[in-house]
Write a protein of this length. Sequence first.
Length: 277
Amino acid sequence: MEDSKLTPATRVATAVVVSEPRWISEFKDYSKEWRRLFAELMGTYLLLVAAIGPVMVDGYDRGSIGRAAAVTAPGLMVAAIILFMGTVSGAHLNPVVTLAFALRREFPWKRVPGYLLAQIAGATLAPLSLWAVLGNTGSFGMTEMIKGMGVLQGTALEALLTFALVSTILGTASGAQNVGALSAFAVGGYIALAGLWASPMTGASMNPFRSLGPAIVAGDYRDIAVYLVGPTLGALLAVGAAWILRGPGGDPTAARAAQGTLEPILTTIEQKGEFDR
């Protein structure tokens, strides 16, 4: 069919088919990768400050921080990070979240090493900076198991907690739910909820680097395997559950949430799928 005979509606439909969404083009552009990596470093740093800050402040001034405040702070911080810069990098902030998105074919494996390096850098800088401000207090906010809890018990509990966390992240990112910015409150709310009941047992880490960062600064790797193996196992179980619930992955909406976009706020036309031509 000659182009002159195409109706305007047909031309738009044809352009949508052959055009690539701008956010995909941007994600393939490695010249902007430093922005995404900086977002992961900064986001993980802020998360760790909120997670270990209450512990170190309480060590500095005994009894000043209650458990409810200590477990709510990181949940609120995660919600804020997702809202203010989640579109830059996807706001993974957690290596098992990056792993889960990659296994779901919603984040490319070749980007995983860079994200993990940025996350561990942020997780290490947080206790170092608080050490400079508050001194050596609160064991640098290390996660510790309650006295009498075994390694297998701790690993199982961390796996259970992380299973629900990653399930929440994968579910709210998918096109099936399509909750958009509300995912920030779902994820942040779950982190606070998990901490309210499980923090006395293991610290409710749910993030290998949240535990590893302070351990590196303190030079104390006691029970670190619990916090590396447990969350990783929980994330793998969550990926399996997502496959049962929504299939093998590759959801474009979830991919966009996981990969982020540096483009300006979407126009109404772009939100409907009619991307720039």
